[in-house]
Design a binder for this molecule. Structure first.
Ligand SMILES: CC(C)(COP(=O)(O)OP(=O)(O)OC[C@H]1O[C@@H](n2cnc3c(N)ncnc32)[C@H](O)[C@@H]1OP(=O)(O)O)[C@@H](O)C(=O)NCCC(=O)NCCS
Length: 236
């Protein structure tokens, strides 16, 4: 089985700020599940069992691709901790985390969707990353995910395309925070409210203690990708 192209043309974004890194790649073409299993056994054996249980070829392919990016993050972590971190395991609620004997703050997070796969890495504390393709939210989706105080910003969109993009951006802010904490969807998106002004986004309501910062990039000219960096327990 040939390894899918991982050449430089597939890198959509590579950013580095203050030790934290974000690598975004164009997603691989979907592979049959048996090919995913074969490639996983050869390249990411620690993920092979988990990947063999993913029945959907698209999910399995992009989860495999994410696992290869996680290995890159392992290299970054090894360098920033002078070898104290070497592997990634699944922690609480299935969150990928670095395994180490001592308590060290390095963290990674992965996302796949909307044609891209990304890994984010922070040597200093928890990090979450999320991508989301633009979509027009139904009334039910809005009711389940958006707070009333966020609606004026959504409704201030220029047109339907801009509104769909704004919804996707708002969702990536919420999901990047859910992933940074590791709580995932156990955190109700209606308990979170963001104030967005131009490129800046501020968390103005949440049940969490801690200080959180957010940065959103537009990947491939169309897909919002948000990185959340956290310092849990600190006053915001
Ligand atoms: C985290 C979550 C919001 C991600 O949803 P999604 O729409 O699939 O989003 P993304 O593509 O952005 O992210 C998927 C990646 O997030 C990572 N991830 C999984 N669980 C995570 C968690 N609790 N926190 C942070 N990241 C998580 C994984 O790397 C996953 O991809 P992979 O399994 O292919 O490696 C959702 O899966 C969730 O709520 N998970 C928690 C489930 C849970 O509580 N399980 C308990 C029983 S084990």
């Amino acid at each position: 089985m040939r390894w899918p192209d991982a050449g430089p043309g597939t890198v959509l974004s590579l950013r580095s700020t203050d030790g934290a890194r974000l690598l975004v790649r164009r997603e691989w073409p979907v592979l049959p599940v048996d090919a995913v299993v074969e490639l996983a056994a050869a390249r990411v054996p620690t993920d092979a069992r988990r990947l063999s249980m993913l029945a959907h070829p698209r999910v399995a392919t992009h989860s495999l691709q994410a696992a290869t990016l996680a290995r890159r993050a392992c290299g970054w972590a090894r360098r920033s901790t002078r070898g104290r971190v070497s592997t990634i395991v699944r922690g609480e609620r299935d969150r990928p985390v670095f395994r180490s004997r001592a308590s060290i703050p390095v963290d990674l997070n992965l996302t796949h969707g909307g044609g891209v796969v990304a890994v984010a890495f922070d040597p200093r504390g928890p990090i979450g990353v999320d991508v989301e393709p633009s979509r027009t939210p139904t009334a039910a989706l809005l009711a389940n995910t958006v707070r009333p105080e966020e609606l004026p910003w959504l409704d201030g969109a220029f047109d339907a395309t801009d509104r769909a993009f704004r919804y996707a951006r708002l969702w990536t802010l919420k999901e990047a925070l859910m992933k940074c904490t590791g709580l995932g969807l156990a955190l109700d998106p209606r308990d979170l409210a963001f104030r967005i002004c131009g490129r800046r986004a501020e968390l103005v309501r949440s049940p969490l203690r801690g200080a959180w910062s957010f940065e959103t990039f537009v990947v491939d000219g169309r897909v919002p990708c948000t990185v959340c960096r956290g310092r849990p327990g600190q006053a915001s």
